[in-house]
Design a protein around this ligand. Sequence first.
Ligand SMILES: Cc1cc2nc3c(=O)[nH]c(=O)nc-3n(C[C@H](O)[C@H](O)[C@H](O)COP(=O)(O)O)c2cc1C
Length: 260
Amino acid sequence: MKPMELILTRKSVRTFDGRNLSAEDREKLQAYMANIRNPYGIPVKFVWLDAGEHGLSSPVIQGEHLYIAGKVQKGEHCEEAFGYSFEQLVLYAWSLGIGTTWIGGTMNRELFEKAAKVQDNELMPIVTPVGYPSGEKSEVDVKLRNHVHGDERLPAEELFFEGDFSTSLRDREDCLETVRWAPTAANMQPCRIVKCGNRYHLYEKHMPGYRPDALWDVQKIDMGIALCHLMSIAGGTCEIADPGIAVPEGTEYIATVRVQ
Ligand SMILES: Cc1cc2nc3c(=O)[nH]c(=O)nc-3n(C[C@H](O)[C@H](O)[C@H](O)COP(=O)(O)O)c2cc1C
């Protein structure tokens, strides 16, 4: 599958068929993980966690045996870097027919952090189950998808703008469509983009529950995922250079992608 198709077909998988991950697939994921990079140059570590060995589970996941936890050193832009890198793993897994779900909330965090040996200078914002999707979804899976409207997204005109925040972008660009369909925590979709010539300026719209004093901002992880999708399709280079465009209240500049 091409990146566009991968991104547009990926869904969170919360119901697995109970099979163990094959040794071949595990090796492929392992090899891929070792080479994942992000534009911030901040390393993200991936840790395999055997659910049975560590007594790990999630109330929304069924039929899984294995998790992968992601860890990153605390610091500026660590959330965006984390989102960018973890999404590459998620998309590669999907290309192999392996299902994942970003889990930041619905887990016993203490147990997972202990199993992943998280150090004081590290964050483990997200874990994912890894396995083969079941043909049928569990009841809790169906309920959760309905609750967060997992199969829906905001219309493009509410997300993408031209020149400033007052004019919606007229063109339907593939790279922006992949940003629109990116997974986000509770499907809140905080990413807003203002296109100016060959530059895409990414902004985070703070959603209800946003806390500037939190240990980490889960929506900055969403922003890293959006950046990953945008650059997977449009290419270009990423820089942090706030263009000084007037922003709506509760909206924060994150990064700019400059394409050729
Ligand atoms: C940063 C982040 C955290 C998430 N945390 C959870 C979680 O704790 N539990 C869960 O079931 N889904 C979680 N999700 C998955 C979202 O609910 C899901 O991506 C969204 O509803 C869209 O559905 P889709 O992934 O099938 O497109 C999270 C997603 C992201 C990006």
